[in-house]
Design a binder for this molecule. Structure first.
Ligand code: ROI
Length: 163
């Protein structure tokens, strides 16, 4: 099963480290392989502005797990990394979201796939475009058009060599 994309985000407790550690942890999920990973990006918060900037990235997985089983695994990793979420749309230690799961469209109490807020989120679209240039996303269309219609303002690729 190909074309599973996970968005990573953190703005607490050393966010760069959180994201790097999470990408490592994703590689230990059963029946799952890491196919590609984007650069890390710094982005201003969407939501309340009195919170730190985020670090974001997107990875592609290939997995035999269903979307719901994969979500279970992502939630384990969030918990392992001491996930705290202080308020709605507020700061968090680690967010792992299934952005796209192949051609599937899922809307239930646990999952909305493709991720509902996709089209407005530069911190998802630009890293996604970096690793999936020709992706077509169910309900949304192709990644190139999405990126064209979403401002990149404030989004900065991180050069890990400088850190
Ligand atoms: N803002 C940015 N920049 N990056 C995120 O990952 C992120 N995640 C969220 C909210 C609170 C919507 N804002 C964000 O969940």
């Amino acid at each position: 099963m190909n074309g599973v994309f996970i968005g990573l985000g953190s703005n607490l407790a050393d966010p760069i480290e959180q994201v790097i550690t999470a990408i490592e942890a994703l590689q230990s999920i059963p029946e799952t392989k890491l196919v590609a990973q984007s650069s890390l990006y710094a982005s201003p918060p969407m939501g309340p502005q009195d919170q730190p900037d985020y670090i974001n990235a997107v990875v592609e997985l290939s997995t035999e797990l269903s979307a719901h089983k994969l979500l279970d695994q992502l939630q384990v990793i969030e918990q392992q990394q001491g996930r705290v979420r202080l308020r709605h749309w507020g700061e968090r230690t680690l967010d792992l979201d299934i952005i796209v799961y192949g051609e599937q469209v899922i809307d239930d109490e646990r999952l909305h796939i493709p991720h509902k807020g996709l089209a407005d989120r530069s911190f998802v679209l630009y890293p996604l475009a970096e690793i999936a240039t020709n992706l077509t996303i169910p309900k949304f269309g192709n990644i190139a058009d999405l990126v064209q219609n979403c401002s990149r303002a404030g989004l900065n690729k991180i050069n890990l060599d400088l850190i």
